[in-house]
Design a protein around this ligand. Structure first.
Ligand code: GAP
Length: 490
């Protein structure tokens, strides 16, 4: 069965949002523009840049670090602080190697790999079959994939020679050693998902966390995968962050909890301001399901250019697979005693999983816009603007004294300090250069409001607030600005 992807917000009631509507009509965005803007404005830099870079590693710069932090804080407050039955966990990256045997990762966390004997390029066999031959590769074994590639006489996409090897399984977990000597050390893995710690610590949380089924454990943290074909900027990384919830329910309540989470995940996307036009949900076919899942739905985003629809988030029904496996491998009783029903069972688990880096990437892409305007000299000009939701924007406002004069700086600095103290948000302060250019710089990094202190401010104790999205300007009393800004961010 191939399910038809469905627009994600179809069945969700539209709500009145307080933020400005998107004005985008055509998509000006490309991945190259996002990568260039990110580097230019300190959002994301190539990793180890001064050493020539290390392929497929990226570092978040000053504004990227703020964007990422905003995403994680918002997620944590939405799903942990504001839910009475979800508690947090912050586990280590290194875990007992048996964890990964029990979870099935040692056995199953493989990608089918093909090498070119001539140019030594590496490819994923399933990607070659899908992208070069237009056939389905899901659920096929390496032997079946090799047969398809051989029959099609596929040449190496890099050098063009008919020298591709057969497909073989390649485990994607990174390995390292604990101990001073490699020969005597213990081999451990860098976790490929944050999820397993939530299963491994489930018994401690039940014993100490005052939780009752249904309840969830949430975690935000790094995960590592030795991807064969990383790339597309920060879409597929070797090292990335996940925000995951393992939601423990009665065995018979998995289906209804799954539907509830589907709706909550849609709500999250709307809350961070991701436009509904480029999001859809896709049900996994049976032969595509991970080894632990009885049902999986992907939230897909339509990336620009040749990337097209790709996974943004996932929602899986992991049944009692993980608790059952850890019970067997650890020898610990992981059943739950349900006092209200006077029965014991292994809870089933619904898992909503969100990639932090993909969230940041989608926010940047979705927010990117170009507007044709005229510059101060009346010449045609392009305004690049990131229409980020104020909740996630790195700077919530920028304070711009009209000119670099001590009397303006004094008023502006006082307002800057008040905003920091009273509403504790990050505000930029910029007094250098032409005001038009300063506005454009703030537009490019998604600052929703520019607050200009001019000579009139000294007399009327007011400032001009310029709105990023429509460049509308209004005059506000300085005394009212903190309360007004807090209201805009709510
Ligand atoms: N615990 C389930 C799990 O890990 P997954 O679909 O493999 O499921 C969850 O990963 C999410 O993590 C994905 O939806 C994606 O957002 C993010 N993710 C996975 N692999 C990634 C990679 N190589 N680079 C960046 N993000 C990745």
């Amino acid at each position: 069965m191939t399910a038809t992807p469905k627009q994600v917000f179809d069945s969700v009631e539209r709500t009145q949002e307080s933020f400005e509507p998107m004005t985008e009509t055509t998509r000006a965005v490309t991945m190259d523009k996002i990568a260039a803007l990110s580097k230019r404005r300190g959002i994301v830099y190539p990793g180890s840049d001064i050493y020539g870079g290390l392929a497929n590693t990226w570092d978040y710069g000053p504004l990227g670090a703020e964007l990422k932090r905003n995403v994680k804080n918002l997620w944590w407050s939405t799903f942990v602080h504001r839910r009475r039955n979800i508690v947090g966990l912050d586990a280590g990256i290194l875990m007992h190697p048996r964890v990964w045997e029990a979870s099935g990762h040692v056995q199953n966390f493989n990608d089918p790999l093909v090498d070119c004997k001539t140019c030594r390029s590496r490819f994923r066999a399933d990607h070659l079959i899908e992208e070069r031959l237009g056939q389905k590769a899901e659920g096929k074994s390496p032997t079946e994939m090799s047969a398809i590639l051989r029959e099609a006489n596929l040449r190496c996409p890099n050098c063009g020679n008919p020298t591709l090897t057969d497909a073989r399984q390649f485990n994607m977990m990174f390995r390292t050693m604990i101990g001073p000597l490699e020969e005597t050390g213990t081999e451990v893995f860098l976790r490929p998902e944050t999820a397993q710690a939530m299963f491994v610590q489930y018994k401690n949380v039940v014993a100490t966390g005052r939780v009752k089924v249904p309840f969830g454990i949430a975690q935000i943290g790094k995960a590592f995968r030795n991807e064969i074909t990383p790339g597309n900027f920060i879409f597929r990384l070797l090292e990335f962050e996940q925000m995951e919830i393992e939601y423990f329910v009665k065995p018979e309540e998995g289906d209804s909890a799954f539907e509830a989470w589907l709706s909550d995940m849609r709500g999250w996307l709307r809350m961070i301001g991701v436009g509904e036009d480029h999001v859809r949900i896709r049900e996994h076919d049976r032969d595509e399901l991970s080894h632990y899942s009885s049902r999986t739905v992907d939230f897909e985003y339509e990336f620009p250019g040749s990337m097209g629809w790709r996974e943004l988030y996932g929602l899986a029904n992991r049944t009692d697979f993980d608790l059952g496996q850890h019970q067997q491998f650890s020898g610990e009783d992981l059943t739950y005693f349900d006092q209200a029903e006077d029965r014991r069972y292994l809870p089933h688990v619904i898992e909503p999983t969100f990639g932090v880096d993909r969230t940041c990437l989608v926010l940047l892409i979705d927010a990117y816009d170009e507007e044709q305007t005229v510059d101060v000299n009346g010449k045609p000009d392009t305004r690049v603007v990131l229409r980020l939701h104020p909740r996630v924007a790195p700077y919530k406002a920028a304070i711009l004294p009209l000119m670099k004069k001590p009397e303006l700086a004094e008023v502006a600095r006082r307002l800057f300090d008040r905003l920091g103290e009273e509403i504790e948000v990050l505000v930029d302060y910029d007094e250098s250069g032409n005001i038009g250019r300063r506005y454009r710089r703030q537009d490019e990094v998604g600052t929703p409001f520019c607050i200009t202190v001019d000579f009139d401010s000294l007399e009327d104790h007011s400032v001009t607030v310029r709105h990023r999205d429509d460049m509308r300007q209004e005059r506000l009393r300085i005394a009212d600005v903190p309360e007004w800004l807090a209201e805009q961010l709510r």
